[in-house]
Write a protein that binds this ligand. Structure first.
Ligand code: MOS
Length: 733
C-alpha cells in the first residue's frame, strides 16, 4: 500500500494494546540466556572452524612482504588467507565490501590476513605469526589541516536564503563561534560476529545486523553470487547504533573460508577491532553564526560544518538540523567534506543532529545571554511552524517544540535557575542548569510483513525487521494484537530472517513506525481474508476479544481461520508527504550539572527530557530509548572521544577502559515525559522516530548547564576537566 494521503481514523486509534505499557515479550529469553546472538550458535554443524581477522598495522601505504609459513604450520591451522590467495570478490558496487584487498592499505586495521583453525585460541595465536612488512605512505589524519579543501555534499545541499552577510553584519547581537566534536565509537555491547555455512551453492550467515536486505545484498554482491542464494539470520542484535547498518570483514571472510574448507566458519571481531576496523562517527568542526535584534528574534542563521572521511565515504551532516530548528529570514547553512585517511566514518546514532545540536544549542545559549534573554524564552520566541529554509509552503506535519520547552521548564523548576553563572554552590560543587531543544528528522522506509492466523487463534507475524535492543518484538506484537483484536500474549513475532518479507530494518529511528505500518497493511489484508472466509460482509466487521463480530454474530478467529489457517502479506511504501510536510520529532532536554570547585569534574545531577514524537506505540520501550539516548548524550558531552594518533593515523583508545562511556555511577535519575501527539502525515500508525530523538540536544543542555554552573564555556567537546580548570575561579576549601 502506498501511504500518500494523511491517515484517517483507523483500528490503531482504539489503543487497546498499542499505546499501553508492555514489558518486552522476548525479555524472559534474554535474561535467561536463551535469546541466541550471532556467535552463540553451537549447533550449525559438528565441525565448526574458528577464524581470526588480522588488521593492517599502518594507516596508508603498501604491504611489501607477507609471510604465512609459520602461521600455516602452527597447531590446528586449517587455512590462511591473504591478498595473495583470497578468492575473487567484487571490488565495488551494490554494497560490496571486498576483504584482503592488499597490497594497498587505505586505513588502519583494514583486513590483511585471515587465519582459520580448529579452535579460536589456535587461530588467534597463528594470526600473530603472519609476518607482514609495510611501506608507509604519508596520510592526512587531522581534520583541521584538511578542512579548507572540503567539497560540498550531495545529500546535504547548502541553504542560502536572504542576505545572510548583510543581516549578520548589521545585527545588534551576534555570536560567531567555532565548536569541535571528536570521532566517536558506537561501542555497542555485542561485537560484529558471523557464522557462515554453505549447503551446495547456498550460503547461510548468522550475523548481527540492523537491516537484513542490506546484508544479503552486500554479501551476495561481494561474493558475486545471486542474492537469492544468501540467507541471513539476525534475530537478536546486541546493540548497533548504526555500526551494524554496514558489513565488515566478519561475514565475508567467514563465507570465503567456509567455502574453501567445506565446513562452517565463525568469526567475531574483537573489541579493539570495533574502534579501528569498523566504522565510527566522524569528528566535526562547526562554525555557528547567529544574529538577533533586541526583541529576541533571530535575523541571521549561519552554520557551517566540516568533516573528513575516506575518499569513497560520506559526510557527518552536522548542520542539517539548523535548516529546520529556528526561524530567521537570512540563512547560510553549509556542509563540507574533506578526504582523511583515518578508518571509515559512518552513521552513528542520530548522524548529523547528535553533534550538530551540540554546536547549535550551545550557540543559542550564548546568544540568549548576550541579549539578556532567558534561554527557554529565546528558543520559544524563535519557534517556526514551517520549514524556515523553504517557507510557509512547507509546514511541519506536527511540531510541539514550544510545548516541550514549556512543560519541561515547569516540571524541572527552571524558574529557580540563576541566570548569572557560578552563583549556586552546594558544598564543593558549583551547580547550574541548562536547556537545549531537540529535533530529529522523521524518516520512513518501505516495509513488509507476513501474518498468519492459525486454528488455535494465535497470530504469527514474520518480517525481516530486526530488534537491536529497541523493542521491535514487543512493538510489532502490540500492533498485530491491536489490528486483530487480540491480547498481546496471543501474538508471536519472528524477526531477522531473510526468508521473511523485506522490511525497513532498524536505522535512522525509522524502524518501529515503518515496520508497524507494513504490518498494519498485512493485518488489514488478513482481516479481510478472515472475514470473507467466515462469511461476513467485510466492510462491517470489527475484531475484538479474539472474535470477528458483525450484525450480532461473533466468530472466534481460530474458527474463522479453519484447520489450515489463513496467511496474508502486506507492505507499505511512502509517497511525497515528507516533501509536502517537514516531518521531525521534537523535544526539550533539561540538565542540572555540578562542577567540582577543586577538580573541575562534572557530574550530571538531574535530567529531564520532554519529547513529542507522534503516537508512542509502547511507552515503556520508548522511555527506554530516551533513557539510552540521554545517557549517550551525556557521554558525548563529557566523555566520549576517539583519540587520533596524528603520526600513525589510528584511534589509540580502542577499548572500553580507555574509550569512556557513562556507567551507572555517571548517570542520575532521568525523567522522560512524552506529550500526546498523533502525526497522521507520517504513517497509519501516526508515530514518529523516538530512539535518536533521545540523544539529540542532550549534550548541548549539559554544556549549557556546565556554563551556568561555573561560567566556563567549553566549545571543544567532550567537556573534560582539563578544559574547565583553567577558567575556574580559585575557591578556598
Ligand atoms: Mo542508526 S545511526 O541508523 O542505527
Amino acid at each position: 500500500m502506498k501511504f500518500d494521503t494523511p491517515a484517517g481514523i483507523n483500528p490503531i486509534d482504539q489503543e487497546r494494546v498499542v499505546g499501553q505499557p508492555h514489558t518486552r515479550v522476548e525479555g524472559p529469553l534474554k535474561v535467561t540466556g536463551r535469546a541466541t546472538y550471532a556467535y552463540e550458535y553451537h549447533d550449525v554443524g559438528p565441525n565448526v572452524a574458528y577464524g581470526v581477522m588480522r588488521g593492517a598495522g599502518i594507516a596508508k601505504g603498501r604491504i611489501t612482504s607477507i609471510d604465512v609459513r609459520e602461521a600455516e604450520a602452527a597447531p590446528g591451522v586449517l587455512l590462511v588467507l591473504t591478498y595473495q590467495n583470497v578468492p575473487k570478490q567484487a571490488t565495488s558496487g551494490r554494497g560490496a565490501v571486498p576483504q584482503l584487498q592488499g597490497p594497498e592499505i587505505k586505513h588502519f586495521d583494514q583486513s590483511v590476513a585471515f587465519v582459520v583453525a580448529e579452535t579460536f585460541e589456535q587461530a588467534r595465536a597463528a594470526a600473530n605469526l603472519v609476518r607482514i612488512d609495510y611501506a608507509q605512505a604519508k596520510g592526512a589524519f587531522e581534520l583541521a589541516q584538511v578542512k579548507d579543501q572540503g567539497k560540498p555534499v550531495a545529500d546535504a545541499p547548502d541553504v542560502r536564503k536572504g542576505d545572510f552577510a548583510g543581516a549578520f553584519a548589521k545585527a545588534e547581537f551576534k555570536v560567531d563561534e567555532t565548536y569541535t566534536t571528536p570521532d566517536e565509537s558506537h561501542a555497542m555491547m555485542e561485537p560484529q560476529a558471523s557464522i557462515a555455512l554453505w549447503e551446495g551453492d547456498r550460503l547461510t550467515v548468522r550475523t548481527s545486523h540492523q537491516i537484513v536486505h542490506w546484508a544479503t545484498r552486500g554479501i551476495a554482491a561481494t561474493l558475486q553470487i545471486p542474492e537469492a542464494n544468501v540467507r541471513v539470520l539476525t534475530p537478536y542484535v546486541g546493540g548497533g547504533f548504526g555500526s551494524k547498518l554496514f558489513l565488515y570483514s566478519d561475514p565475508i571472510l567467514a563465507a570465503l573460508a567456509a567455502r574453501e574448507l567445506g565446513r562452517p566458519v565463525k568469526v567475531a571481531l574483537t573489541r579493539p577491532q570495533i574502534f579501528n576496523h569498523t566504522s565510527h562517527r566522524p569528528a566535526t568542526i562547526q562554525r555557528v553564526r547567529l544574529a538577533a535584534n533586541g526583541d529576541g528574534k533571530l535575523t541571521a542563521v549561519g552554520h557551517m560544518t566540516w568533516s573528513g572521511n575516506l575518499p569513497d565515504a560520506g559526510s557527518e551532516n552536522a548542520s542539517e538540523q539548523t535548516k529546520l530548528m529556528y526561524g530567521g529570514e537570512n540563512r547560510l547553512i553549509e556542509t563540507r567534506l574533506s578526504v582523511l585517511d583515518l578508518p571509515r566514518g559512518a552513521a552513528m546514532r542520530a548522524p548529523g543532529e547528535a553533534v550538530g545540536l551540540l554546536a547549535l544549542e550551545s550557540a543559542i545559549d550564548e546568544l540568549a545571554e548576550k541579549i539578556g534573554m532567558d534561554p527557554v524564552a529565546f528558543r520559544i520566541a524563535n519557534d517556526v511552524q514551517y520549514d524556515p529554509s523553504v517557507g510557509p509552503s512547507r509546514p511541519f506535519s506536527t511540531r510541539m517544540l514550544v510545548e516541550c520547552l514549556r512543560t519541561g521548564a515547569e516540571k524541572f523548576g527552571w524558574d529557580r535557575r540563576n541566570p548569572k553563572p557560578a552563583q549556586v554552590r552546594d558544598g564543593d560543587w558549583l551547580v547550574g542548569i541548562g536547556v537545549a531543544s531537540a529535533l530529529r528528522n522523521n524518516l520512513m522506509m518501505p516495509s513488509g510483513a507476513r501474518v498468519r492466523m492459525g486454528s488455535d487463534g494465535i497470530l504469527i507475524v514474520e518480517t525481516q525487521m530486526t530488534d537491536i535492543g529497541t523493542g521491535s518484538y514487543t512493538v510489532l506484537a502490540a500492533v498485530g494484537a491491536e489490528m486483530l483484536g487480540l491480547p498481546i500474549e496471543r501474538v508471536q513475532v519472528r524477526l531477522g530472517d531473510s526468508d521473511f518479507p523485506r522490511s525497513a530494518g532498524s536505522g535512522g529511528s525509522w524502524g518501529a513506525n515503518s515496520a508497524s505500518a507494513g504490518l498494519y497493511y498485512a493485518c488489514e489484508n488478513l482481516r479481510a481474508a478472515l472475514a470473507q472466509k467466515a462469511g461476513f460482509n467485510t466492510a462491517e466487521v470489527t475484531f475484538e476479544g479474539g472474535n470477528i463480530v458483525a450484525g450480532g454474530r461473533s466468530v472466534p478467529l481460530g474458527e474463522a481461520a479453519g484447520p489450515d489457517g489463513v496467511v496474508a502479506e502486506g507492505d507499505v511504501t511512502f509517497g511525497d508527504l515528507d516533501k509536502k510536510y517537514a516531518q521531525a520529532g521534537f523535544g526539550a532536554h533539561f540538565i542540572e550539572a555540578g562542577v567540582n570547585i577543586h577538580t573541575g569534574e562534572v557530574r550530571v545531577r538531574r535530567a529531564l527530557s520532554v519529547c513529542a514524537a507522534g503516537r508512542i506505540i509502547n511507552p515503556i520501550a520508548a522511555r527506554s530509548q530516551c533513557l539510552g539516548g540521554v545517557t549517550m548524550g551525556i557521554g558525548a558531552a563529557l566523555m566520549e572521544e576517539c583519540v587520533v594518533d596524528k603520526r600513525f593515523g589510528y584511534f589509540v583508545n580502542h577499548d572500553l577502559a580507555e574509550y569512556h562511556v557513562p556507567v551507572h555511577a555517571d548517570i542520575p535519575d532521568i525523567d522522560v515525559i512524552f506529550l500526546d501527539e498523533l502525526d497522521d502525515k507520517s504513517s497509519p500508525i501516526k508515530a514518529k522516530g523516538v530512539g535518536e530523538l533521545g540523544i539529540c540536544g542532550v549534550g548541548g543542555a549539559v554544556a549549557n548547564a556546565v556554563y551556568n554552573a561555573c561560567g566556563v564555556r567549553v566549545r571543544e567537546f567532550p567537556i573534560t576537566l582539563d578544559k574547565i580548570l583553567p577558567g575556574l575561579p580559585r575557591y578556598d576549601a
